[in-house]
Design a protein. Structure first.
Length: 403
């Protein structure tokens, strides 16, 4: 089977996902086009240079609807002969785009792909497309559906994580992200987003709160307690599935959960022939990919079984992996991953994560692959693993190896 290599990784800064956010006036198509153009120009891609653009986005409605990938190709400077494929695996959409591209390269279905994703959460609100698992009673009742925040609190309760544990992880995320920006660790991947006149709109992750401390976090109200305990009473639904829990300990809030932001990212994937054809040097080999389904009620535990799966299929152990990127959807997700594998926290999310910088749903999977690669190069590491939890109970993972 042909090797699939990463040749480049590009992302936008993450803007606050609200009307006063720096990227609020930019559409998903326009932001995607800027990212695609950055990949094209940085790597000299002319004509039918890649087989396809595979693009993830989660809320596929309105201006993010249709085949956004094809719209982005046409809005960019890429050749119109390049098609586009939009995909949705919720929070792992950007990673699944990269994994799908890699596996098609490995199978010989084309020499090169651009893969990634976008989400403009300030313009197209999360959940505005509807979702059967949440709104169709015949499915919601069967699966004991609860919102993700309740699921995160179930994880904390089930595996013994306190609010202080979650807040400490959140504070560390902010500290690491601030240090990474101060030291220029994202300089290779992050491009400045510009308006139609070429003026800079955003060059830095906007959501960060580097002054965060335990006292400030401790003052925040638990975000999901009311919907769990009062109306509509999701705790009772969850305890039908988990009857051994006397109560659910609500520890998550805005400060230890991922931020709502706007952003996009792309990864250039190709075989060895693609690199020779375009004069490019591969940065890493995509060694393995995996996905899995999990319990839809607790929902967010997917990084553990999918990591077990990808390690077993690769003949590796957690000890063989030098660095991990585990999406910080909620603090308990990362705490559970570290607990399950006995991983030193110093090897996980070295440069902070979505709690500090935000989680643009369709883009995050591609972002963390690029962040992982940059850090592997900076710290001279060989093997890295990126993974995300996924709504409705799934997990996805990618292992990359430097070349």
């Amino acid at each position: 089977m042909t090797d699939a290599f990463i040749y480049d990784a590009v992302r936008s800064p993450r803007g606050k996902g609200r009307p006063d956010g720096a990227l609020h006036e930019v559409t998903a198509v326009a932001l995607s086009a800027q990212i695609l153009d950055a990949v094209r120009l940085r790597n000299g891609l002319e004509g039918h240079a890649v087989e396809d653009v595979i693009w993830g986005n989660v809320t596929q409605v309105g201006e993010q609807g249709g085949c956004l990938a094809r719209s982005a190709v046409l809005a960019s400077g890429l050749d119109e002969s390049i098609p586009g494929l939009s995909i949705n695996r919720f929070c792992a959409s950007g990673m699944e785009a990269v994994n799908l591209a890699a596996n098609q390269v490995k199978a010989g279905a084309g020499h090169g792909y651009i893969a990634g994703g976008v989400e403009m959460m300030g313009r197209v609100p999360m959940g505005s497309d509807g979702a059967a698992i949440a709104v169709d009673p015949s499915l919601a009742m069967k699966t004991y559906f609860v919102p993700q925040g309740i699921s995160a609190d179930i994880i904390a309760t089930e595996y013994g994580f306190s609010r202080d544990d979650a807040d400490a992880l959140a504070m560390e995320s902010q500290k690491r992200a601030a240090a990474a920006w101060a030291e220029g660790r994202f300089a290779r991947s992050v491009i400045t987003i510009r308006d139609r006149n070429g003026l800079a709109m955003l060059a830095h992750d906007e959501y960060m709160r580097p002054g965060t401390d335990m006292q400030a976090l401790g003052a925040l109200k638990a975000a999901f307690r009311e919907m769990g305990e009062v109306m509509p009473g999701f705790d009772k639904v969850a305890m039908l599935k988990y009857p051994h829990l006397e109560r659910i300990n609500h520890i998550h809030h805005a400060g230890n959960s991922s931020g709502i932001v706007d952003g996009a990212a792309a990864v250039l994937v190709g075989d060895a022939e693609f690199g020779r054809r375009h004069g490019l040097k591969p940065r890493a080999r995509i060694r393995a990919t995996a996905k899995i389904g999990t319990d839809p009620t607790i929902m967010l535990t997917g990084p553990v079984p999918v990591t077990q799966k990808i390690l077993a299929e690769s003949g590796l152990t957690a000890g063989d992996i030098d660095l991990f990127e585990v999406n910080e959807a909620f603090a308990a997700v990362v705490l559970r991953f570290q607990q399950a594998f006995g991983v030193d926290p110093a090897r996980v999310n070295v440069n902070g994560g979505a709690i500090a910088m935000g989680h643009p749903l369709g883009a995050t999977g591609a972002i963390i692959i690029g962040t992982l690669l940059d850090e592997m190069e900076r710290s001279d590491k060989a093997l890295g693993l990126a993974t995300l939890c996924i709504a409705s109970g799934m997990g996805a993972a990618t292992i990359i190896e430097r070349v």
